[in-house]
Design a protein around this ligand. Sequence first.
Ligand SMILES: [Cu+2]
Length: 305
Amino acid sequence: MGFYQIFILVSLAVLTICVLMISRYEKNKVNLMQCMMITMFFSMNTGLTVGILLGTTFQGELFFSTVLACLIGSVVGLLIGMNYSLLSVLEGTMTGLMSGMMGAMLGEMINGNQSMYLVRIFLFLSISTIFLFVILPRKNGTEYLQSKVAILKPLLIGLFISVYFMGGVTFAEKQVKAKEPLIHNNHTQTKTENNPSVDTKNITIQTFNMEYKQTEIVLEKDQPVNLILNNQDNIEHDIEVILPNINEVQSDHDHSSKANMIHLHANSKETQSVRFIPTTAGSYEFVCTVPGHKELGMVGKIIVK
Ligand SMILES: [Cu+2]
């Protein structure tokens, strides 16, 4: 899981605490129907957000993402419902369970880019729960909307939270590109069979759970490299990088159209390799070009020294 996923999950946890606090404070002002409405609205949108996020992150492991999303959704529904009544508890738990399941399935089916749009929409709807407290009529018959001062407080809180979350999500999506801790490579020196006179460095990049397990690779100038993509995921991945003045690119599976571009593609559970000699020192970004994968954090760096 990358920064983006963790940010959304932590934000939802914070939002749940906010909604819990507001509903506790407003508890006596809403009737049974409204209690159930609030519980349903929040647990459904939260369940969908979590489900889509997990379904996209754990592609190919629908059982795991469904169970996890159902669990999170129903716990959120349970917590909000517990504020009110047994009926609300049932409503929240069941809604959370169902929306978690639907979200996970949806996340599994759509690509990363589409999932980020949907996560934004459902996250916004989850936040909108706060506005429900403003628009729902009061128990004692007075319309809450009639009082301009009373409306201001929840409206401001809601606006503040919306701005924080939407700004935060944009920031988190951008962070995906800046990418986090770097794991060093277990590069081994081997003599290739067909060319025993030259030392070829074997570099393996593993992909699993929509992540490159190695995000920083250090190569030496003019030393031949055998770049291996070992895809452990249940969907396809690739590595694409532009290196100036590379010598002799050899690959069984090379779709690169541009000169100086290395494109290494591996289907699910497949291992592919490409051999080349980097000739110019520098730092070069590599990405996965499968739609949405780069945005979900499939980015790394090749450093030629
Ligand atoms: Cu990929």
